[in-house]
Design a protein around this ligand. Structure first.
Ligand SMILES: Cc1cc2nc3c(=O)[nH]c(=O)nc-3n(C[C@H](O)[C@H](O)[C@H](O)COP(=O)(O)OP(=O)(O)OC[C@H]3O[C@@H](n4cnc5c(N)ncnc54)[C@H](O)[C@@H]3O)c2cc1C
Length: 447
């Protein structure tokens, strides 16, 4: 992170912290009470909006807390400091026959960040969220207390911290359960679909027998079909002989500069979608692939967020109950198409019904769609405000980890649990996101 300027992945809003305080050692912790200002932990800034930002307050950089503490390879229990990244966890555990229980679409997130946003992955329908696999962690509060939290000990604080947006204190280390694997390869399939109805059909036939499912969608096609796309599904490969097959190391590309803001427009998105859809020549393709390109295709291009230009971009992810899935998609996609704002990276998935322990967790049973929009100022905000109204109307919610602009009214409607949650917030902790969505007088004021 830059000096006093921690950034989020969407690069919007751009705000300054009063100071950035790194933590290196668990036995040399800063006296949080002495700051006299609001405090927030910062991991790797892979949250898209302002939930990892604390304008005018202290940003505690937890990323140097990077040690592994213990590994019980009989039971697959890993304990590590909260700044360890999922990439580092994978390097350690994959050669030993284990995998992360739940992984988001990038491995460059910290364990603390994965807990604070209770992240979900391609296996939500089978495994729930990351928080479902956390067995315990140590939480530092601003009064200097260090509390062990687990489903049995300080259990309310445990539930509040999972998906608690970093507001309950600083997670110093965590222990979580891993998933055994035979080898690091995935039997993957990619199936083209030509309408939302076809998506529903393939999803219904996949969620029982496939551990991982996720679809890329082209939302610009319109008409009765509503969208088209590629349904990706997979299972861990079970051939023991592949365990010894070395994984090829691929060096990532890098986006070295901010693209000019006109680069991404409806025409280029349309052209990209057409090419990406057609590059697969057969309707149904089957392959055995290493885990990296299957789980983390975007990690092969470092700093890809720069293609959206200096003004950054908004990611918008919502979930709506299945009972309203079709109607909601009809209205929401129609509104997006009329706006003329395109989304390159649009993911569609069915969330399952495994309940997270997290009090404020986002995932719940339903259809979830994640879209990326270039920040075109007021025009984009008006669109996203309209989408909020539709998501509310269909009983859905929007993901705080990806948000930089929803109103206090929207947040409080989506998450009525915030009142119960509030009592567990550390009195000295706050974030730009939290002030925006709970202090009704503070309407978003970013330029
Ligand atoms: C390419 C990409 C793909 C993604 N895919 C997914 C996905 O599939 N599913 C999904 O759920 N999310 C996804 N995300 C979002 C990302 O997984 C989350 O935002 C994650 O929490 C980021 O972790 P981080 O370490 O960067 O934390 P930051 O973004 O730095 O912080 C996130 C929150 O965690 C808190 N925090 C960080 N460390 C600690 C700590 N030690 N103690 C207490 N609080 C802490 C911060 O205060 C903040 O509230 C994706 C992001 C990107 C960029």
């Amino acid at each position: 992170m830059g000096q006093n300027t921690p950034q989020s992945w969407g690069r919007y809003p751009k705000v300054k912290a009063s100071q950035v305080v790194p933590i290196y050692w668990r036995n040399e912790l800063p006296n949080l009470a002495s700051f006299g200002q609001s405090i927030l932990a910062y991991g790797y800034g892979r949250s898209y909006g302002d939930s990892c930002l604390n304008e005018g307050g202290v940003s505690v950089d937890v990323s140097p807390l990077r040690k592994f503490i213990a590994f019980d390879d009989q039971n697959g229990l890993l304990r590590c400091e909260a700044g360890v990244s999922l990439a580092e966890v994978l390097e350690l555990i994959v050669p030993r026959g284990w995998f992360i229980p739940v992984s988001p679409g990038t491995k460059f997130v910290s364990v603390g960040g994965a807990i604070a946003n209770d992240v979900h992955g391609k296996n939500h329908h089978k495994a729930g969220t990351f928080g479902c696999h956390v067995t315990q962690f140590e939480l530092l509060r601003s009064n200097g207390e260090r509390l062990i939290c687990s489903p049995e000990q300080n259990s309310e604080l445990f539930r509040a911290t999972i998906g608690g947006l970093g507001l309950t204190g600083i997670v110093l280390w965590a222990e979580f359960r891993l998933k055994p694997i035979v080898n690091p390869y995935i039997d993957m399939e990619s199936i083209q679909f030509e309408s939302l109805d076809e998506y529903f059909e393939i999803a219904a036939g996949s969620d029982k027998t496939y551990e991982y499912t996720m679809s890329w969608v082209d939302i610009l096609v319109g008409g009765e079909s509503l969208c088209r796309g590629k349904f990706m599904r997979g299972n861990n490969n079970q051939q023991p002989e592949l365990a010894a097959k070395p994984l090829k190391k691929k060096f990532p590309l890098i986006v070295p500069i901010d693209f000019p803001s006109f680069t991404l427009n409806n025409l280029t998105v349309r052209a990209f979608n057409e090419a990406y859809y057609r590059v697969q020549r057969e309707k149904h393709v089957r392959k055995v692939v290493p885990y990296d390109p299957f789980f983390y295709p975007l990690d092969s291009i470092l700093q890809w967020n720069r293609i959206y230009g200096k003004r950054g971009f908004f990611q918008y992810q919502f979930v709506v109950p299945f009972s309203h899935g079709r109607e909601a998609m009809h209205d929401i996609l129609g509104r997006i198409r009329r706006s003329g704002e395109g989304s390159y990276l649009t993911d569609l998935k069915n969330f399952g019904s495994i309940q997270s322990p997290g009090m404020l967790s986002f995932p719940r049973p339903g259809l979830t769609l994640a879209l990326d929009f270039t920040n075109n100022g007021k025009k984009t905000r008006v669109l996203l405000n309209d989408l909020d109204v539709m998501v509310k109307q269909y009983g859905g919610v929007v993901y705080p980890a990806k948000d930089a602009r929803m109103s206090a009214e929207s947040f409080q409607t989506y998450f009525p649990e915030w009142h119960e949650f509030e009592q567990y917030i550390d009195p000295q902790f706050s974030s730009s996101f939290w002030r925006r969505v709970t202090e009704s007088a503070s309407v978003p004021s970013y330029a």
